[in-house]
Design a protein around this ligand. Structure first.
Ligand code: AP5
Length: 207
C-alpha cells in the first residue's frame, strides 16, 4: 500500500508514519528528514534547501520532486511506502501522480494552537526518535542514549511562517485527495496511541 501522510507542521505525521511503517515493514520516506540529512552532510541539495527551510518556506518543487522520484524507484519501495511531508503543493501532488499511485492519504487533523505547543516542546534525536518536553524529561534519547536537540526551524518565528505556508500551499491537498476518493481524516488531538489505532484501522479496512 502506498500511503501519504498529510497534516500541519507538528500534527504528528512523523510520529505516526514511523510507527505505521514499523508495523507494516515498509519504508518511511520523510522529505524533511532527507533534506536535513543533506544539510548536515553539506551536499549541493542541502546548501540550496537550507536557505528555504531556515525561513520556514518550501524548498522549490523541482528539487523535491526529483528527490522523491529517485527514492520511490528504489527496490525497497516495490511493496509499498509511506510519504511524510510530500506532496506539499498541488504541483508536487500532480507530479507524484505521474510516477506513483497513492492508495491512501491520511490527514492528521489538529487545531493550530496545539501544533505551536507541540513544536515548541519537540526534542529530536539523531536516530530519528522525537520526544516532547511535556512527557519526556531527560535530555538523552531513551533508545540510543544520544543527546537531544531542538530543530533549527522549530523557533517560534519560523513556526509561524511554516503554518502560513501550510495553510496557503499544503492544505488544498486535502481537497485534492478527497476528490480522488483516497482521503481519510484522523483526529490528531487524541493520545498518540489512539491516533495510531485509528490509522491502523483505516489501513486494515483498505486491505
Ligand atoms: P518537515 O520535516 O516535513 O516538517 P513539518 O511538515 O513542518 O512537520 P513536522 O516534522 O514539524 O511535524 P510532524 O507532523 O512530523 O509532527 P511530529 O510527529 O514530529 O519539513 C521541514 C521543512 O523542510 C519544511 O518547512 C520545508 O522547508 C522543507 N520541506 C520538507 N518537505 C518538503 C516538500 N515536500 N516540499 C518543499 N519543502 C519541503 O510531532 C510533533 C511533536 O508533537 C513531537 O514532539 C511529538 O512527540 C508530539 N506529538 C505528536 N503526536 C502527538 C499527540 N497525538 N499528542 C501529543 N503530542 C504529540
Amino acid at each position: 500500500m502506498n500511503i501519504v501522510f498529510l497534516g500541519a507542521p507538528g500534527a504528528g505525521k512523523g510520529t505516526q508514519a514511523t510507527k505505521v511503517c514499523e508495523r507494516m515493514s515498509i519504508p518511511h520516506i520523510s522529505t524533511g528528514d532527507i533534506l536535513r540529512a543533506n544539510i548536515k552532510s553539506g551536499t549541493a541539495l542541502g546548501v540550496q534547501a537550507k536557505s528555504f527551510i531556515d525561513k520556514g518556506l518550501l524548498v522549490p518543487d523541482e528539487l523535491v520532486i526529483a528527490l522523491v522520484e529517485d527514492r520511490l524507484a528504489q527496490q525497497d519501495c516495490a511493496k509499498g511506502y509511506a510519504l511524510d511531508g510530500f506532496p506539499r503543493t498541488i504541483e508536487q501532488a500532480e507530479a507524484l501522480s505521474k510516477f506513483a499511485t497513492i492508495d491512501l492519504a491520511v490527514n492528521i487533523a489538529v487545531d493550530e494552537d496545539i501544533v505551536v505547543d507541540r513544536i515548541a516542546g519537540r526534542r529530536m534525536c539523531k536516530c530519528g526518535e522525537s520526544f516532547h518536553t511535556s512527557w519526556y524529561h531527560s535530555d538523552k534519547c531513551d533508545k540510543c542514549g544520544s543527546p537531544l536537540y531542538q530543530r533549527d526551524d522549530d523557533k517560534e518565528e519560523t513556526v509561524k511562517a511554516r503554518l502560513e505556508v501550510y495553510n496557503k500551499q499544503t492544505a488544498p491537498l486535502i481537497d485534492f485527495y478527497n476528490k480522488q476518493g483516497v482521503l481519510k481524516n484522523v483526529d490528531g488531538m487524541q493520545e498518540m496511541t489512539k491516533v495510531f489505532d485509528d490509522i491502523m484501522e483505516i489501513i486494515n479496512d483498505k486491505h
